[in-house]
Design a protein around this ligand. Structure first.
Ligand SMILES: [Cu+2]
Length: 292
């Protein structure tokens, strides 16, 4: 019996090590390989590069939680090992079914509950409230992100900063993939791209939509992850730090079908000049319509 308990203990420790190792491998596996664009930012065994002005708050919470969980894991593991040895079956000892009413364990439980409440009300809820309800007023860029199996469409409102109306009934996969309505004047200067371009150091408000199933807009370097739900228009926002121009990966974080793995796009963080040049390029009329 005694040997059996040790085996269970070793199996639990081994299982935890394997689980920890696979999550590290998974974190490394999200590093992009086939986007055709050189992706900036590091994907180490811990957290990826952070280019968002608010990302540090998410990282701080993740780090505090991990340290807390390691403490709990080691503490309870040691207690478990202690009990296995101290209360092992041996000649001259009988099991006592009367519950122990120990004070230290009670205080420890209360302390853990208080610490968890501090994490929730002191860290998580304020960060969540800020990210979810305090939208920027410093003239943010506005972009609609429309998810579909298995691609991301980025809909820009053009110079008038107003999005044209979309009508799902007139969606045509080749000619009009978002169902843009020609007769809406607000949509005349809109344009759609498969690339996401934002300006460094400027706030961006993103409206997230889906054409089919639930997807999730995930930009690891921004610490942004938001589900795209059919029938809903969900706004989120972020602001990149200054001097973060580069190309970064966008993934889908919701298992959305058999090609979910390929649902990726590139976010280009541009300088204002690069952004203007890109807008000029995507809004230029196609070659065959150009007059000589
Ligand atoms: Cu998806």
């Amino acid at each position: 019996m005694r040997r059996c308990s040790w085996r269970i203990f070793l199996a639990v420790v081994f299982g935890c090590v394997v689980l920890g190792q696979t999550s590290v491998l998974r974190a490394q596996a999200v590093a992009p390989k086939d986007t055709g664009v050189k992706i900036d930012g590091e994907y180490g065994p811990f957290l990826p590069t952070d280019i968002s002005v608010d990302g540090y708050q998410v990282d701080r919470l993740i780090n505090v939680l991990h340290v807390f969980m390691i403490g709990l894991f080691v503490g309870w593991g040691l207690f478990f090992a202690f009990c296995l040895v101290k209360y092992r079956q041996r000649p001259g000892h009988r099991a006592n079914s009367v519950l122990i009413k120990a004070k230290p364990s009670k205080y420890l439980e209360i302390a853990v509950a208080i610490f968890e409440a501090v994490l929730l009300f002191g860290f998580s809820i304020p960060v969540w409230a800020r990210v979810k309800s305090e939208f920027p007023t410093d003239d943010p860029m506005r972009v609609r992100v429309v998810a579909e199996q298995f691609a991301w469409n980025f809909h820009y409102p053009g110079a008038d900063k107003k999005f044209g109306k979309l009508n799902p009934k007139i969606i045509d996969l080749v000619k009009n993939p978002l169902g843009r309505m020609d007769d809406d004047p607000a949509g005349k200067d809109d344009f759609v791209s498969g690339e996401f371009h934002v300006i460094e150091g400027r706030s961006v408000v993103v409206e997230i939509l889906s054409k089919d199933v639930i997807h999730s807009f995930f930009v690891p370097v921004l610490r942004v992850k938001q589900d795209a739900i059919p029938g809903m228009r969900i706004p989120i926002w972020f602001k990149t730090k200054e001097k973060t121009a580069g190309a970064y990966e966008i993934g889908c974080a919701q298992l959305c079908g058999n090609n979910h793995f390929s649902m990726r796009a590139v976010m280009h963080v541009d300088t204002p000049e690069q952004y203007a040049a890109w807008v000029k390029k995507v809004t230029a009329p196609p070659e065959e319509f150009k007059e000589d």
